[in-house]
Design a binder for this molecule. Structure first.
Ligand code: DX5
Ligand code: ZN
Length: 231
């Protein structure tokens, strides 16, 4: 599978979101950061804007919910037609139930870990999920510096997938650019969120294609048959 690139509209012009989605044609997913000013110290947009975006673009919508009480609110994004809905492990009261509800509503279910949240405690819950979002910055703002220390978590997730213990796509979010995507690709990420790197480019669609090509060149070789399969 080719690496997936998900431009984050957090770095786009919120007054022209339909045009900003068109500007990244060819992107695999469109990443939408929902922030509630409680779980993170920033406020962005919510379900009404996501519903409008769904009508304005054919790119699958990847909702990243940085909100408290996702057990209550996440389902609405799935019912509206988002392709993937990611909640934070630190915020969910019952992550297994959240995943089941998201899938029942027709969406992929994603679980996100803040930089300080280790993967180990969430492996069991992740058996119920389709995507794992490894934060490579503290959630809340675009344009922050990539945290290379998080590559250990990405490598751990990659190993769990390659050995058949998990079936999630491994997604990274925060500080991904032409300079940092190599590290994340080498660590084994499948999907790369990029906000400022895409939307500050002269040609955002070309930036998406370049990021995808760079990630493809730096992916680890697929596991050999003896490494793969449940232990
Ligand atoms: C941060 C958001 C990211 C953000 C990434 O809390 O989750 O999706 O948009 O922006 P960049 O790529 O600029 O770090
Ligand atoms: Zn995000």
């Amino acid at each position: 599978m080719a690496p997936l690139i998900a431009p984050s509209i957090l770095s786009a012009d919120f007054a022209h979101l339909a045009d900003e989605a068109e500007a990244v044609r060819g992107a695999d997913w469109l990443h939408v950061d929902v922030m509630d000013n409680h779980f993170v110290p920033n406020l962005t947009l919510g379900l009404p804007v996501v519903k409008s975006l769904l009508k304005a673009t054919d790119i699958p919508i990847d909702c990243h919910l940085m909100i408290t009480d996702p057990d209550r609110w996440a389902i609405g994004y799935a019912e509206a037609g988002a392709y993937n809905v990611t909640v934070h492990a630190e915020a969910a009261a019952d992550p297994v139930a959240v995943a089941a509800n998201l899938r029942a509503a027709g969406a992929k279910a994603g679980l996100s870990l803040k930089p300080g949240t280790p993967l180990d405690a969430w492996v069991e819950a992740l058996r119920h999920y389709d995507t794992l979002l490894v934060m490579t910055v503290e959630p809340g703002f675009g344009g922050q510096a990539f945290m290379p220390d998080m590559m250990a978590k990405v490598r751990q997730a990659r190993r769990l997938v390659d050995t058949g213990h998990l079936t999630v796509l491994v997604e990274v979010d925060g500080g991904i650019s032409a300079d940092t995507i190599e590290q994340a690709a080498e660590a084994g990420a499948d999907c790369f969120v990029a906000g400022s790197a895409v939307y500050s480019a002269q040609d955002p669609a070309a930036a998406v294609a370049q990021l995808r090509a760079t990630a493809a060149r730096h992916r680890p070789a697929p596991p050999t048959p003896s490494q793969a399969g449940p232990a």
